[in-house]
Design a binder for this molecule. Structure first.
Ligand SMILES: NC(=O)c1ccc[n+]([C@@H]2O[C@H](COP(=O)([O-])OP(=O)(O)OC[C@H]3O[C@@H](n4cnc5c(N)ncnc54)[C@H](O)[C@@H]3O)[C@@H](O)[C@H]2O)c1
Length: 354
């Protein structure tokens, strides 16, 4: 690898985070971007999850963008691409991302999330072990253990009653002995493997345990991408189904741009085997029913919803990320897009996409 190599390999490049980070590295940093995606999201979620539009958009607007139509489960294919490109940084966002979907497709889920990550890690170790490796993990690695924290019920949301969590869930929280869903378990496998390639091999890897990552380029569906899907339902007058917890379950929302900004900060000053909780934090947290009000304020339309008196298996009642470790390690990074602005942009995007 030459020292002036400014090539980043982004997996899942047609997805929400992959497309944002591709755009950020190309436009803001002037890097050449190689993307891997095989539109598997359409296989996981049907036509509503199709991400080809986003692939075509990247090919149109990003100079030098190279798309690789490759399945992350194809070990030889992944090894060959990484060997050929020898990227100066790798950002891994390709995944089966849904909690609920995983139970129906356990092999596809595990082979993609755990196996695909191992394929990429080993390819990186063989071809470019000094290149920073950023892995998109998830807060579902904590399973439903956050639900054991004492809560208080407010008028429109749940919140932590234990002052130890006043700033949210820290990275030291247990990932063990709780219910994860098969998705959470496959992501735990990947998360620990990414840490191990950092700790055992000394590679500059990190896991970003995402809260709700969102933004205008999300192809939100009922099983994944709640805020994007909620706003879409609002605009189309379509029924949104609220699952349990009185609709007061709390999510912390972060704009994909702020995710990309953090990834760039890590690539510029990498550390080995790190873990960060990456969400919107308390300031960008809202309950589902509070999200209805936000959407309504931006669209002028009432949210149509039905309440299902059964929570999703293992669903968090209240979750927001403690961002203090990220801010301490990367003081120039912070949340730059407010929740209100996120909802405004999502509403605008759905209107444009028709
Ligand atoms: N969006 C969220 O709220 C959220 C929250 C926490 C963690 N995450 C994690 O962030 C990452 C990115 O999430 P996202 O919201 O951008 O998801 P996304 O579904 O929008 O993007 C993932 C992309 O990966 C591609 N992909 C999936 N399997 C593939 C395979 N086997 N080979 C090649 N490409 C494949 C899909 O086609 C899709 O374009 C995932 O690891 C996810 O678990 C997301």
């Amino acid at each position: 690898m030459t020292t002036n190599n400014k090539t980043v390999l982004v997996t899942g490049s047609s997805g929400l985070i992959g497309s944002e980070v591709s755009t950020y590295f190309a436009r803001e940093l002037g890097w050449t971007v190689h993307g891997i995606d095989n539109n598997q999201r359409a296989v996981f979620f049907g036509p509503q999850g199709d991400t080809r539009w986003n692939q075509r958009r990247l090919e149109r607007v990003l100079p030098g963008f190279v798309h690789h139509e490759l399945d992350m489960r194809d070990r030889a294919g992944v090894l060959a691409v990484v060997r050929e490109i020898k990227p100066a940084a790798i950002v891994h966002t390709a995944a089966q991302p849904s909690h609920d979907r995983a139970a129906a497709i356990p092999f596809d889920d595990f082979d993609t999330n755990a196996g695909g990550t191992l394929n990429l890690l080993e390819a990186a170790r063989q071809a470019c072990p000094e290149s920073p490796f950023v892995h998109m993990s998830t807060n579902k690695v904590y399973g439903d253990a956050p639900n054991l924290i004492p809560l208080r019920e407010l008028e429109t949301r749940w919140d932590y009653a234990d002052p130890a969590f006043a700033n949210g869930i820290p990275e030291t929280f247990t990932i063990d002995q709780s219910k994860h869903s098969l998705f959470g378990a496959s992501k735990v496998a990947a998360d620990v493997m990414v840490q191990e390639y950092g700790r055992y091999f000394g590679m500059p890897t990190c896991c970003l345990r995402g809260g709700c990552l969102t933004g205008p380029n999300h192809s939100g569906v009922e099983l994944h991408g709640f805020l994007s899907y909620l706003v879409k339902c609002n605009i189309e007058g379509r029924e949104y189904r609220l699952f349990g917890y009185k609709g007061k379950q709390v999510r912390d929302n972060i704009h994909a741009l702020d995710v990309a900004r953090f990834m760039a900060a890590f690539v510029a000053a990498p550390r080995a085997g790190e873990v960060y909780n990456l969400g919107g934090g308390k300031q960008n947290a809202c309950s589902v029913i509070e999200a209805f009000r936000l959407a309504e304020a931006h669209t002028g339309r009432s949210q149509v919803c039905t309440y299902v008196d059964q929570n999703r298996v293992g669903d968090h009642i209240c979750y927001y990320s403690d961002l203090r470790k990220m801010r301490a390690h990367y003081p120039n990074w912070d949340i730059s897009v407010s929740l209100d602005e996120i909802v405004r942009q999502i509403a605008e995007a759905w209107k444009q996409r028709g």
